[in-house]
Design a protein around this ligand. Structure first.
Ligand SMILES: CC(=O)[C@@H](O)[C@H](O)COP(=O)(O)O
Ligand SMILES: NCC(=O)COP(=O)(O)O
Length: 252
């Protein structure tokens, strides 16, 4: 069955907005694992807008305690800067079970494209080898347009690809069913090249079932933005009631 890796970036967004320690990303991740999630994903960015170096280490310890997969995502080509030692250095320090390479520019709001394998293969190949030497499974973020050159990810030495599902999610929200067929075609090309298939970006409760029914043998989905948004809705009712109880119980 497909594994769920929860991306906790958004918990760190909320924490950083106040400068304190709440919400606590490790507590949130532990709650996800206690609920049955099979892994934790983070995508630390060079500007440290959400996940910070210390979080990467703390979550690595948690995943080791729970013996679950830790999936570290990032751009291996982004140079180090104060507060961000670089993706490879982070992987060398915590040795995540899976390193997912994503070709994000610095100023991007979020990830919005996969690798161009015709252009990037030569640069990726030695990096993939170095990450594998650390003991990481390596996955490469890939557009899901049915392009045959997805098989080149295998030539780079990668174990898996992660289908970029943002365009699928947008199309699904418009009621357009065609894009899931592109995802399925891309997955089959990758699998024929002996690559495992992960998927992520903007997956949600409203599109995940349709995605998994259409795309064969997806090994893992990593989900953050929608999952955390939905958790707010799911938790608000109980939380407001708890506050009302506090007020009632404190009333003279
Ligand atoms: C690769 C991918 O799709 C996710 O890791 C996504 O980029 C999360 O990053 P943000 O939380 O910064 O949007
Ligand atoms: N790799 C995708 C991921 O970790 C989560 O993406 P999103 O659900 O936050 O869009």
């Amino acid at each position: 069955m497909t594994a769920l890796s929860v991306n906790v970036n958004k918990i760190a967004v909320l924490r950083n907005s106040r400068g304190g320690g709440e919400p606590d990303v490790v507590r949130a991740a532990r709650t996800c694992l206690d609920a049955g999630a099979q892994g934790i994903t983070v995508h630390p960015r060079p500007d440290a807008r959400h996940i910070r170096e210390a979080d990467v280490h703390a979550l690595a310890r948690l995943c080791a305690d729970y013996r679950v997969e830790y999936n570290l995502e990032g751009n291996p080509f982004a140079p180090p800067r104060p507060g961000y030692p670089g993706f490879f250095a982070l992987c060398a320090a915590v040795r995540p079970a899976q390193a997912t390479l994503v070709p994000d520019g610095d100023g991007q709001l979020t990830s919005d494209h996969g690798f161009d394998f015709a252009r990037d293969s030569d640069a990726l190949t030695p990096l993939v080898a170095q990450l594998k030497a650390l003991g990481c499974r390596v996955s490469l973020f890939a557009d899901a347009t049915g392009q045959p050159d997805i098989a080149r990810a295998r030539d780079c030495g990668a174990d898996r690809i992660e289908l970029y599902t943002g365009p699928f999610a947008e199309a699904h929200a418009r009621g357009d069913a065609a894009s899931v067929a592109d995802c399925a075609r891309t997955a089959r090309i990758a699998q024929a090249a002996s690559l495992g298939v992960n998927a992520g970006h903007d997956l949600s409760q409203s599109n995940l079932g349709d995605f998994l029914r259409a795309v064969p043998d997806v090994l893992e989905v990593s989900i953050g933005h929608a999952l955390v948004s939905e958790a707010l809705y799911a938790g608000l009712d109980a939380t407001v009631r708890a506050y009302l109880d506090c007020i009632k119980n404190a009333a003279p």
